[in-house]
Design a protein around this ligand. Structure first.
Ligand code: IPE
Ligand code: IPE
Ligand code: MG
Length: 249
């Protein structure tokens, strides 16, 4: 399946992806976990390309979770190194394709070189408008929510926010990941059926798509299948199917 076969009138505006399975992919080949991560870069590139071709406006990639800091030291530093190299290499492609880079997560916990490279790429691509690519780095949803609660409590104390007047929009405004529209589609590779602390608030009504493909094997074709599957679903948002047909109800 390729991007030409997809109905362009019903493309999700925001797609989020849990890129999982690099370690198992490498293990199957008798190689190190880092070898798996390096081979995941092609899947990242293909996913970005496919999303841009289809007219997806926001693509969020879960690249490193808060919990991933607990992995073996060598794997963590290898991943950070890979991140610096990849961002540096891909800036040109992002510019050519008019893609703006953004990041969510505890970015200050990243090694300095990684943080600087990331900020440079964000700065350089800031004027691009075809698509926004959001990297979730040192991200976890509970981390984001705890941060939001602390900031909100501070603003209540200073009188900026009135208790009792807090709305969904207020909460959104304290969540960096909610600066973008909520994802309509969440894809997870590697056969695991879980969310792993990703965008808990924002995926309240997302369609979930799981594939057994390990991330380094994920291609444009797989991305298109996920969208085709999404397009077959009826998104009811609590209403009945009949109400959706007679949309005036
Ligand atoms: C996903 O692949 C990449 C990161 C979480 C950084 P994994 O490294 O989790 O691969 P598996 O799940 O062990 O196969
Ligand atoms: C989720 O994958 C995080 C990323 C893809 C960055 P993990 O491999 O860390 O998730 P668990 O531990 O299997 O739930
Ligand atoms: Mg994993």
């Amino acid at each position: 399946m390729n991007t030409a076969e997809i109905d362009k009138t019903r493309i999700p505006e925001h797609i989020a992806v849990i890129m999982d399975g690099n370690g198992r992919w490498a293990k199957q080949k008798g190689k190190s976990r880092l070898f798996g991560h390096k081979n995941g870069v092609r899947a990242v590139r293909e996913t970005i390309e496919a999303a841009a071709e289809l007219g997806v406006k926001y693509l969020t990639l879960y690249a490193f979770s808060t919990e991933n800091w607990n992995r073996p030291k060598a794997e963590v530093s290898g991943l950070m190194e890979l991140l610096v190299i990849t961002i540096n290499k891909e800036i040109k492609t992002l510019m050519e394709n008019n893609i703006a880079l953004k990041a969510i997560g505890d970015l200050h916990s990243l090694p300095e070189r990684c943080y600087k490279e990331l900020m440079r790429a964000i700065r350089e691509t800031a004027g691009n408008s075809k698509m926004t690519l959001i990297l979730a780095l040192s991200y976890s949803s509970k981390w984001e929510l705890v941060n939001a609660a602390n900031n909100l409590a501070r603003d209540v104390k200073s009188g900026k926010v009135i208790p009792g007047e807090i709305t969904e929009d207020t909460i959104n405004s304290y969540l960096p990941a909610s600066a973008f529209p909520d994802p309509e589609l969440l894809i997870r590779t590697s056969g695991e059926h879980r969310i792993s602390n990703f965008l808990l608030w924002q995926i309240a009504y997302a369609e979930l798509y799981f594939t057994d493909k390990l991330w380094p094997d994920f291609r444009k074709d797989d991305f298109c299948h996920a969208i085709a599957d999404y397009q077959k679903r009826e998104r009811r948002f609590g209403k009945t199917s009949e109400q959706l047909v007679n949309s005036e109800n």
